[in-house]
Design a protein around this ligand. Structure first.
Ligand SMILES: Cc1ncc(C[n+]2csc(CCOP(=O)(O)OP(=O)(O)O)c2C)c(N)n1
Ligand SMILES: [Mg+2]
Length: 822
């Protein structure tokens, strides 16, 4: 809500008409003769070579998949191979003008793009640089393999490196580009500017927007290209990515050299089919996919369709579109018309299309046509092209043999190293900043109004007599989060934060109040209401080397970013073979008072996903210390915050919340109250209800409860809890998540396992009811209440004398509820 942009009713209510500019379709019309001034003979032959190599590579895989053999070499590849036979000109045309500083992202069908971009990089880099890249990559492991038996120059060695690394990855070998953990659909190689390919349709769209944001904010050279399919244009993350990429603020509100559009080309690789669904004519309504650009922004995203069967047309388009990006007028939407002869995958019987259609496209084959053109034009003789073909075939046979040779290219040995993949789930680094440099800020920290306001607050909730200070006077949980975050903004020049209403408003729950004054637009901004893109762009930003704090306003909206949180954020570190770091601290606020769609605690959902760290601080001291640790790390951390307790003061840490920097390690639970008779382990805001329960137990039943605040869900150190259970022999686990399938049960199960001999009774779970969260006035019947904990102890662990339970936990009732699914 930038106040300076006045929204004038008089102007806006006037009658007028929107007009669109024509969207070019296949407008390239230069002849090869005309193009010869722009391309040397060598260039043209190279274009042929690159297309031909991709074709052979994919045909080899097709034969391996369908006949189990290529050129007499037999192999059974059980994994996927989504081939792009027919789409070569689109890939080579794209890569031609891109440098290693230009990053491409792709889809499940991106072998061709990896090879095209890699070959283009090899052409552009000098020998020293190429050797350096090959020597440094996995300590030269791949280089050593491809050097063996190689005769020739560095570029031909690099070509072997590229083909081998890609193929070994497809075959899940530990010597592949991603240690065999990515595979066919996810292979990539960042030193050549090839960024992750994504098996989730449209998955690369919002991630690539984040990569472009990284380039812009950190003033990095190069552009970003997302190669996504025509069918992906139906996907939510793609639309959210388009919305995010084309926000007006880049041009209207960002200042100085930050003013201007994102350096991004979203390329629709339009092969005209999803798997079997025909996009134009059946499953979509756009007819020409480039039409979409017209609805996105005033520039119509400079959208056009080019003929992807002519490599020179594609090269021309990229050259022109790159110019637009250089002028900061991005983003661009480019539709590249193409066609795959190969099935969606080798098991595809092509039942959805007529053989004649495939044949008709084969008659227009880009490689054959281009070969005919260049020989006709006298660029080279047909024999030269045959020699190229022979050379490519030899290369591919040789690399195939190497990549399937178990002694050269083994699979990861998980018998000898059972935890090898486990070790790759997190990077666990500790870094003040992701890059050297001076962070851009607007005022010195001490001049910040919020910092000044906090300086006047009481950092411990109680005075010397134990009386609480007024709420306004107390240093609150939101202040703890703020201090950790603003401190990092002044340390790490790459750090940015965004989400809904983050700027000016100060975040919906006032954690960011004071940040707007401190930071330029490009470090703190309002995003569109696009939770998928909020997380997806953060993933792309982090992948490229930045640190970022995206925010989801209510936990219930996590569903909107399901793919990003479940499939992307947690997986890329391990899928990359640990080449990628993911310093994304995702803040998620758990709602209160707003009913069913605004008050659910979904900690369990994310704790279930391998690859995410999950914390839920419940005190100002823990909020600051845990947030500091999350921001110091290089792993994705989901930080849950409860709206019930943003305003609590520090009641536990004697001396109050320290003013300086300190870290609380992720994974360490904390004993908030000592006791010998029963342990209560709580998650998040339920801590305060657990403490009330402890008061009741003490006053009414002379029982001392030990209350442990989990603080973290993943990772989690069970030792302090086991220590407590050894003493008490009893444990109740409580939190606000609906009990069924919750992490509370995970805790219970593991504690039963680990402390069986010390327990007098099985661990008891007290979670929320398996209902919708009702209105605030009815919430007490839904969320665990202090007396529920007492009632559960009475009914499930030890009978309490003179106790009349109100909440029922007996077996009969529970079995009945389970039967009814509630
Ligand atoms: C979210 C999601 N839905 C469905 C699939 C299964 N699937 C894989 S590829 C594909 C078709 C994709 O078509 P398009 O985006 O045009 O790419 P193309 O395969 O044509 O290259 C489908 C439905 C998937 N991988 N991800
Ligand atoms: Mg398609």
């Amino acid at each position: 809500m930038p106040k300076e942009q006045f929204i004038d009713p008089v102007k806006l209510r006037k009658a007028r008409e929107l007009t669109f500019t024509p969207i070019p379709i296949n407008q390239y019309n230069r002849t090869l003769k005309e193009e010869r001034k722009n391309f040397s003979d060598e260039d043209l032959i190279r274009i042929y070579h690159d297309m031909r190599l991709i074709r052979e590579f994919e045909e080899m895989l097709n034969l391996i998949k369908t006949a189990g053999e290529y050129q007499g070499v037999a192999y059974n590849h059980p994994g996927p191979a989504h081939l792009s036979i027919g789409q070569e000109a689109a890939a080579v045309g794209m890569a031609y003008h891109l440098s290693v500083d230009d990053f491409i992202f792709g889809s499940h069908r991106s072998h061709g793009e990896i090879l095209a971009k890699g070959l283009s990089a090899i052409h552009q880099l000098n020998d020293d640089r190429l050797m350096q890249i090959m020597e440094n990559f996995f300590d030269g492991t791949i280089l050593k393999i491809v050097q063996n038996g190689h005769k020739g120059d560095v570029k031909s060695l690099a070509r072997r490196f590229l083909v081998y690394g890609t193929l070994a990855e497809i075959f899940a070998r530990k010597t592949g580009f991603n240690r065999g953990l990515g595979g066919s659909m996810h292979a990539f190689f960042t030193p050549f500017g090839v960024y992750p390919n994504n098996a989730i349709v449209g998955g690369s769209a919002d991630i690539s927007v984040g990569a472009a944001l990284y380039k812009k904010v950190n003033r990095k050279p190069g552009i970003v290209v997302a190669n996504i399919g025509d069918a992906s244009m139906a996907c939510g993350p793609v639309w959210e990515g388009l919305s995010f990429a084309s926000m007006d603020q880049f041009r209207k509100l960002w200042e100085g050299d930050m003013k201007g559009g994102l350096p991004l080309i979203i390329t629709i690789m339009n092969n005209q089919y999803g798997m079997g669904g025909q996009t134009s004519g059946e499953t979509m309504g756009y007819e020409v996919a480039a039409r979409i650009g017209a609805g996105v922004n005033r520039d119509q995203m400079h959208a056009e369709r080019v003929d992807g069967y002519d490599p020179l047309a594609v090269i021309d388009a990229y050259r022109r579109k790159k110019e637009i990006l250089d002028e900061k007028r991005g983003p661009v939407l480019l539709e590249v018309l193409t066609y795959r002869y190969s099935g969606h995958s080798p098991s595809d019987a092509s039942s959805y299309r007529d053989k004649k259609e495939v044949e008709a496209w084969q008659e227009h084959d880009s490689i054959l046509n281009f070969a005919a053109q260049i020989t006709k034009e006298g660029v080279c003789k047909a024999e030269t092209l045959s020699e190229i073909e022979t050379d490519i075939k030899e290369l591919i046979v040789e690399m195939l043999k190497l990549s399937i040779d178990e002694s050269v290219s083994p699979h990861m040995d998980l018998e000898a190293h059972p935890d090898k993949i486990g070790e790759m789930m997190f990077s666990n680094e500790s870094k003040d900043k992701m890059e050297e440099g001076e962070p851009e800020v607007l005022i010195p920290l001490e001049e910040n109004p919020r910092v000044k306001q906090i300086a006047r607050k009481e950092r411990f909730a109680f005075d010397k007599e134990g009386k609480p200070f007024s709420k306004m006077k107390q240093y609150q949980l939101r202040d703890g989060l703020f201090e950790a975050i603003i401190d990092r903004f002044y340390k790490d020049p790459t750090l940015i934060a965004y989400g809904e209403e983050n700027r000016d408003w100060g975040g919906a729950f006032a954690v960011y109040r004071g940040l707007t004054e401190a930071l330029p637009y490009h470090r703190l901004f309002n995003s569109p209401i696009a939770e998928g893109a909020i997380v997806g762009t953060a993933i792309g930003y982090a992948m490229c080397g930045g640190r970022v704090i995206p925010e989801i306003m209510y936990c219930d909206f996590l569903g909107r970013s399901g793919d990003e949180v479940f499939n992307q954020l947690p997986k890329w570190q391990a899928m990359s073979g640990n080449l990628i770091k993911m310093p994304v601290v995702l803040r998620v606020s758990v709602g209160s008072k707003y009913g069913a769609q605004h008050s659910q605690d979904w900690t369990s959902l994310v704790a279930h996903i391998p690859g995410l760290k999950v914390i839920f601080p419940a005190t100002p001291y823990d909020a600051k210390g845990l947030m500091n640790s999350a921001l110091q790390g290089t792993d994705p951390v989901i930080v849950f915050e409860s709206q019930r307790i943003y305003d609590v003061g520090e009641q536990f840490h004697q001396g109050g919340v320290p003013e300086g920097y300190y870290e609380i390690p992720l994974g360490e639970p904390d004993v908030k109250r000592k006791g010998d008779d029963v342990t209560i382990l709580s998650i998040g805001a339920t801590l305060y209800r657990a403490l009330e329960a402890a008061d009741i137990l003490e006053k009414e039943h002379q029982m001392q409860a030990e209350v442990i605040d989990a603080r973290s869900l993943v990772p989690f150190n069970y030792e302090p809890v086991l220590e407590s259970v050894k003493k008490t022999g009893r444990i109740v686990i409580t939190g606000d998540a609906t009990a069924r399938g919750s992490f509370l049960n995970d805790f219970a199960r593991n504690i039963a396992d680990l402390a069986f001999d010390d327990l007098d009774a099985p661990p008891v779970v007290v979670g929320s009811r398996n209902w919708i969260t009702p209105a605030y006035e009815l919430e007490d019947a839904f969320f665990p209440q202090p007396h529920w904990i007492v009632d559960a102890i009475h009914q499930k662990i030890v009978p309490l004398s003179n106790h009349q339970p109100k909440e029922v936990f007996d077996e009969k009732t529970m079995i009945e509820r389970y039967k009814r699914g509630i």
